[in-house]
Design a protein around this ligand. Structure first.
Ligand code: SF4
Length: 660
């Protein structure tokens, strides 16, 4: 399938609604409600009464993108300013994309169905690199030139954010800028520069604006950097090609989460979405030091929200949305210094109401059972989830997941003794130094869980589901130097594991197994650690029809392999070179000029310690081990206890009874 731009966005008027043209098409597509807009708490502002206009995009379908916390936060912060307008757009499914092309309807926002091309800034948040082809599709549908160098003064500045922005090089040709780290203050910084540039008569045109943004040292503009390669394909150096553009671009760190209690009034979806709950981020960052975890590494240091702000956010968020489920989110929620008080006081406050609380914590210890008991006071008892990540003790030392099998067994014994009947365990396959035996350790662990559960519960009605993902080495982690396991290796080990569980007559039927084959992981690996040359592969697969690569029913591994071979021919590099090759200490990475604060030598030492199976503690409770982030970013760990309390607020039910 070939793709071409049939959309003439230039014939549309900026700010004008496309809904009259779009509406007749919606009856012909799946789930048309996802394109309708008009949700509770969405905002539509007059086009001509603001200085700066943002279109925020999550590059996946509405059902996945709508609950995205990052977009929800920016949408509110930007719309709270009377001089800024922010609307949202999502990836449209291929059925509607086809109709939009044939009817010359460009990519539109959901809020007022305005053409995306008319906005000043298109801000795209990537949590996964598998969304890249959806950005290209949206740009093409919008009528925005695909390559940043072809864009004119009237085209939006395409700004990338989200975790993938810590290596934007594979899509460097398609974006104008990337912002690393927390977006709350950064989005306002960018808005202010755009506002002033417009007010001043757009000095220097588009490049003038980009130069101003790059000059802050906080916004990465790829086209102002040249990349030189060595004859063997590795990078020789990445350097600015304009005066005033810094060698390094720094990530943003928001230092007082209590001052930024967003989202306050998140949008309530009309169509079904993956989560329908009010989510409060109870802290940001993680210093547990799991070596595979990019999110933990790039969001350091830990910064907690206090119990008072959390309580106020929950009360306000439920009132503004009518939602009845609250998620207390973070990378490791049970690690909040006041989590016991937070869960207890919230459970007290909402006891007897329909409000349920959830804590997506996967820490393996008995404390979690207390929390789970607290949280299930109001709701049903779903399964408990833990994430040992590695199947053997040795593997868990390599990845710095400081959990012993005895810890896990002790925890599940408590859980099953307290009435729980299901446990879900998360693992990864393909970790550095992993052997077949390490993966088979998953089966023996699941077996012990069932055995323990049957004994503790005095019942055979016990289930353990193991969920296994393929490991992808990520930039800015100690494993950035590691060789990724090939899809064949992953598939072989998963097959061994499945055969072992199936052959277990005593416990096998009580163990469920969920996994994906290793192919999408290899493509994610290409996009995660790729450089600018990978952009040609992304463009080629998109032109060949790739969309929604994160969805197994749309993902075509064969197409990615074929297009990689064609697009990289002549460069001396290929798919394996980017993925299954181990890197040396002195290799220049495509992301080395993007500063996450982590000291490169510390990452290397941590990688060597991983190979030696040496663990590192959490710097929240042990002395700083000099990862570099705090001095480099001028930040520090912020943890409680704050000594604050939600009490003496009466419970919501008491209020209701008094009213009755
Ligand atoms: S610099 Fe020290 S205290 Fe700060 S995150 Fe790194 S190890 Fe922890």
């Amino acid at each position: 399938m070939s793709t071409s731009t049939t959309t003439d966005a230039r014939s549309t008027t900026p700010g004008e609604s496309l809904f009259p043209a779009l509406e007749p098409l919606l009856a012909r597509v799946s789930k048309p409600i996802q394109y309708a807009g008009g949700e509770l708490n969405s905002v539509v502002k007059p086009w001509n009464k603001v200085d700066v206009r943002w279109c925020l995009m999550y590059p996946d379908a509405y059902e996945v993108g709508q609950p995205n916390q990052g977009i929800a936060i920016l949408y509110e912060i930007l719309n709270e300013r009377d001089w800024i307008l922010a609307e949202r757009t999502y990836a449209v499914w291929p059925d509607l994309a086809g109709l939009m092309r044939s009817h010359a309807i460009p990519q539109f926002t959901l809020d007022a169905h305005r053409p995306v091309r008319g906005f000043d800034i298109l801000g795209v948040s990537f949590s996964t690199e598998l969304g890249y082809t959806n950005l290209l599709e949206a740009l093409d549908l919008a009528g925005i030139p695909l390559h940043s160098v072809e864009r004119g003064d009237d085209d939006p500045i395409v700004v990338m954010g989200g975790h993938a922005a810590f290596n934007p090089e594979p899509i460097a040709d398609f974006i104008d800028a990337a912002v690393l780290g927390d977006g709350e203050e950064a989005s306002l910084l960018v808005s202010g520069i755009v506002q002033a540039w417009k007010a001043d008569g757009r000095p220097g045109g588009r490049d003038g604006l980009l130069l101003q943004l790059a000059g802050t040292g906080a916004v990465y503009v790829p086209k102002f950097y040249d990349v030189d390669y060595l004859p063997d394909g590795r990078i020789r150096r990445v350097a600015p090609n304009r005066p005033g553009v810094p060698f390094q671009v720094r990530k943003h760190t928001l230092m007082d989460l209590d001052q930024w209690p967003y989202p306050k009034k998140p949008i309530v979806p009309l169509a079904e979405t993956v989560h329908e709950r009010y989510s409060v981020e109870i802290f940001r960052g993680c210093t547990r030091g799991c070596r595979f975890c990019q999110a933990g590494m790039i969001t350091r240091p830990v910064r907690e929200r206090n119990i008072e702000t959390i309580g106020a956010m929950v009360a306000g968020g439920l009132e503004a949305t009518g939602l009845e489920e609250v998620g207390l989110l973070s990378l490791s929620s049970a690690d909040h210094s006041e989590i016991g008080e937070i869960t207890k006081q919230l459970a007290d406050r909402y006891e007897g109401t329909n409000v349920s609380l959830s804590l997506p914590s996967t820490r393996v210890d008995a404390f979690n059972i207390d929390l789970a008991n607290e949280l299930s006071r109001n709701g049903r008892r779903s399964g408990l989830t833990f994430a040992p990540e590695g199947g053997s003790e040795r593997m868990r030392k390599v990845i710095n997941k400081m959990v012993t099998e005895d810890d896990l067994i002790g925890t599940v014994a408590t859980a099953f003794g307290n009435g729980w009947r299901q446990v879900k365990l998360y693992f990864m396959c393909g970790l550095p130094t992993e052997t077949d035996e390490d993966v088979l350790g998953i089966a023996s662990m699941a077996r012990r869980v069932i055995e323990t559960g049957r004994r503790a519960a005095g019942s055979r009605d016990i289930r353990c589901t193991i969920s296994i993902g393929g490991f992808v080495p990520k930039p800015h982690t100690p494993f950035q130097w590691a060789a990724q396991a090939s899809p064949e290796t992953i598939d072989h080990r998963l097959q061994l594991l499945r055969d072992t569980i199936r052959a277990d007559k005593q416990y096998g039927r009580a163990i469920g197994m969920r996994y994906h084959d290793g192919k999408p992981g290899q493509i994610e690996g290409l996009l995660s650690r790729g450089d600018r040359r990978v952009g040609r592969v992304i463009e080629a697969v998109w032109r060949d029809g790739s969309r929604f690569d994160g969805w197994s029913e749309h993902f075509s591994y064969d197409r990615w392999v074929r297009c990689s071979e064609e697009a990289l021919a002549g460069d001396g590099v290929d798919l394996d070179w980017y993925t299954t090759r181990e890197r040396d200490y002195d290799e220049v990475f495509p992301w080395d000029h993007l500063d996450s604060g982590l000291d490169r030598d510390w990452l290397w030492e941590d990688w060597q310690e991983a190979i030696d199976e040496v663990e590192v503690d959490d710097c929240r409770w042990t002395p700083c081990y000099d990862c570099g982030v705090c001095p480099q970013m001028d930040t520090q760990i912020q943890i409680g206890p704050s000594g604050l309390t939600l009490l003496p607020m009466p419970s919501v039910r008491a209020d209701l009874l008094a009213e009755a």
